[in-house]
Structure formats: structure tokens, C-alpha cells
Design a protein around this ligand. Structure first.
Ligand SMILES: Cc1ncc(COP(=O)(O)O)c(C=O)c1O
Length: 400
């Protein structure tokens, strides 16, 4: 009898770990490596939020809390949903967890039965398929169209739905492409869902505040109010407020689903950190003007990176609407050999050779379910991005 759970056989080791490990080894050996792999803002958490956490500690708000969040935070989340998304939720419809990741995980654990299918547009955030498998479900991958910035079409969504479909996981702006669905594009998808009453939507709105060129962020329940009852609207403070380490994510949804998620959480982490919850109250209720300044910095970096990558031989890079990622295609580089002698058979080989020969760490597309591409996170300084583009261009020039 095996000691380890058979469930583990259903989960792949994180494909991003190999790149990160190699980057760390090279750094430890004294190589100058530019890391464009991290999925977190390089900015610091704003001071007012830090101060709220210190105040919480000093006021002794350091005990267990209600499993799925303190009432003050739930109220702040309800106000946020109303203010920014025109969505009406009451505190009983809110769940707060240890990061957006645990929110998604709880929701899948609370709803999936063996054989249930979950539609995931590709390229996708690496964790979705494995979280579905851990919950006993089957990921059903729908590929995005390159000419649509890797967004999926309503026809492709329709074709993927079966009587076993339980959820569509929707993520706009997207990790890893940065693509954001316009109001009309989203409406076309929600129209499909209106024809299939058994399908629920898990909308991962984590990158809501990172949107550029006037892109108007919208969420499924906002676009199609008749979907409200079967939508879980997921968000968090990690990306918008540069709070990845504080681990606070949240969702609004049907009361019975929120209660089921509470049951799972009550038997796993009990509650998210009390101190982080008080910091999140300040993040959501406090001044929001810094969001615009940060978006401006990200916009400048996006433009710098898109232009830099498109100037590289064999690379085509779309201009995405949001997040802090771009997802260039390297179709023209496949089948070449690098200056260092590496055979570029796929995007993983491209990224490995780029790291070894030029010291630039990016994540290969196969990790996100759509190749041949790589993901660049541009949440780093303009100087590092400029130097990275110079190195990538040199690497591409060396391909023959
Ligand atoms: C699309 C997406 N959803 C959810 C998360 C999880 O966020 P959190 O750090 O709040 O768990 C991430 C983090 O990288 C993400 O990219």
C-alpha cells in the first residue's frame, strides 16, 4: 500500500519550479540574472495599510476570527463590490480566505464531485487545472485565439459545455496573457451561459485594477444580472494593493455556496490572519488614488516591453489590456539552434537557453497550456526591462 495519497498522481509538479530553480542556481553561482518570472508587483504595500496592521497588533486584534472573515472586512468588501462593480452582496454572501488561491480552492472543494467538468480557457493561470484535479474534477481546456489576444470565442465555449460541466473559470485581465475581455466580448460569453443553466461561473477578477488604455473592466454578474445567482465573484488585495505576502482574498456569491466554503475553511486554516484582515479593511476603505499612479507605471513598462519584444527577430507580441504580463509567440524560433548550441524544439528549450546564455528568466508557455510562447512579468524596473529586451534581442539574433 502506498504511503502517499493517490490524489497526488492527479497533480503535476509545478512546471515553473524548474525555471525558478535554474535561475536561483545561476544567481548563486554569481551570474547576473534578470528575473521576469515573478507574478507580483515590485511596489511596496502602501504606508496607510501597514499602519493599520500595526494598529491592529497594538490593539490586541490578534486572536482567532470568524472562519470566513471579520464583519468589518465583509462590510468593506460589500462596499467595494457596490462601488466598483455595481454588485449587491450582503456580508452573508462574502467569504474571506488566505489569498485568492484559497478562495478558489475552497469553492472547488465545496462543489466538485468525481467526473464533474470545469472549463478553463488556455492559456491559464498554472494552478487552475491542478486545483480542479485535487478536487476530483476534470479540467476541460478551451484554447484562446491568438488573433483575439488569446481570448476564447463564444462558439468554443458552447462546444466545450456538456451535461457534466459545473464551472467556467473566467479570468480577465488574464494571467498569463494580460488579455482583458471587453463588455461585448464578455456579454457574448454570458449569452452562451444563459443557455446552460447548470453551468456556474467562477470569475477571477484579481487583476481588475491593472487595466490600460481606457480598458473598462467588467465582471460576469455585472454584465448579465441573470447570472448573479450562479456566479462566484473572486478578488483579493494581493495584486492591486501590492499585498501578496499578507494573503487575503475574497469572494461574493450565493449564500449556500459561501456556507459550504466556510465549512471547508473551518476545517483547514480556521481563518485568515486577523492582522492581515485589518490591513485589508484599510486597503479597501482607505484612499484609492495611488492605484492610478501605479497603473501609469505599469502602462509605461508594458509599452516598453511590447516594443522591445516586437523588435526581436522571430518574436510577435500582442499588446494586452491589463495585468502585468505579456505572452509573446516564438513560433518562428522553433526548429532553430541558439548561439550556444541549444536546439530550440519548444518553448521550454527556448526559455532554458535564454536563461543559460543571456541570464533572463521567463516562464515557458507550456506551463500555461498554450505554446509556443513565453510569459514575461513586467512588474520590475524600467532599467531591468530595457536590459532584458536587449539580451532577448541578442539571443534571437543568434538563432540560426
Ligand atoms: C489569476 C490569478 N488568480 C489568483 C491568484 C492568487 O492570488 P493570491 O496571491 O491572492 O492567492 C493569482 C496569483 O498569482 C493569479 O495570477
Amino acid at each position: 500500500m502506498s504511503f502517499l495519497s493517490q490524489t497526488l498522481d492527479r497533480v503535476k509538479p509545478s512546471p515553473t519550479v524548474a525555471v525558478t530553480q535554474l535561475a536561483n542556481e545561476l544567481k548563486a553561482a554569481g551570474r547576473d540574472v534578470i528575473g521576469l518570472g515573478a507574478g507580483e508587483p515590485d511596489f511596496d504595500t502602501p504606508d496607510n495599510i501597514k499602519a493599520a496592521a500595526v494598529a491592529a497588533i497594538e490593539a490586541g486584534k490578534t486572536k482567532y476570527t470568524a472562519p470566513d472573515g471579520i464583519i468589518e472586512l465583509k462590510e468593506a468588501i460589500c462596499a467595494k463590490f457596490k462601488r466598483e462593480n455595481d454588485l449587491d452582496y450582503t456580508p452573508k454572501q462574502i467569504s474571506v480566505s488566505t489569498g485568492g488561491k484559497q478562495v478558489l480552492y475552497n469553492a472547488l472543494m465545496a462543489t466538485l464531485n468525481p467526473g464533474d467538468e470545469v472549463i478553463i480557457p488556455a492559456p491559464y493561470w498554472v494552478s487552475y487545472p491542478d486545483m480542479v484535479r485535487l478536487g476530483g474534477g476534470e479540467p476541460v481546456i478551451v484554447e484562446g485565439e491568438r488573433q483575439l489576444g488569446y481570448k476564447i470565442t463564444p462558439e468554443a465555449l458552447e462546444a466545450a459545455i456538456t451535461p457534466k460541466t459545473k464551472w467556467l473559470i473566467f479570468n480577465s485581465p488574464s494571467n498569463p496573457t494580460g488579455a482583458g475581455y471587453s463588455r461585448d466580448e464578455l456579454k457574448a460569453l454570458t449569452d452562451v451561459l444563459m443557455r446552460h443553466e447548470h453551468v456556474w461561473v467562477m470569475s477571477d477578477d484579481m487583476y481588475e485594477h491593472l487595466a490600460y488604455d481606457g480598458f473598462e473592466f467588467t465582471s460576469p454578474a455585472q454584465i448579465e444580472p441573470r447570472l448573479y445567482d450562479r456566479t462566484l465573484t473572486v478578488n483579493g488585495v494581493s495584486k492591486a494593493y501590492a499585498m501578496t505576502g499578507w494573503r487575503i482574498g475574497y469572494a461574493g456569491g450565493a449564500e449556500h455556496l459561501i456556507a459550504a466554503m466556510r465549512k471547508i475553511q473551518g476545517q483547514s486554516t480556521t481563518n485568515p490572519s486577523s492582522i492581515s484582515q485589518w490591513a485589508a479593511v484599510e486597503a479597501l476603505n482607505g484612499p484609492q488614488d495611488f492605484l492610478a499612479d501605479r497603473s501609469e507605471a505599469f502602462l509605461r513598462r508594458r509599452n516598453l516591453v511590447v516594443a522591445g519584444l516586437n523588435a526581436c527577430k522571430g518574436i510577435t507580441c500582442e499588446t494586452p489590456e491589463g495585468a502585468f504580463y505579456v505572452y509573446p509567440s516564438i513560433a518562428e524560433c522553433i526548429g532553430t539552434t541558439s548561439a550556444g548550441g541549444a536546439k530550440i524544439e519548444n518553448d521550454e528549450a527556448f526559455c532554458k537557453a535564454l536563461l543559460e546564455e543571456e541570464g533572463v528568466a521567463v516562464v515557458f508557455g507550456a506551463a500555461f497550456g498554450l505554446s509556443p510562447n513565453f510569459r514575461v512579468s513586467y512588474a520590475t524596473s524600467d532599467e531591468a526591462l530595457t536590459e532584458a529586451c536587449t539580451r532577448i534581442a541578442r539571443f534571437c539574433d543568434g538563432l540560426s
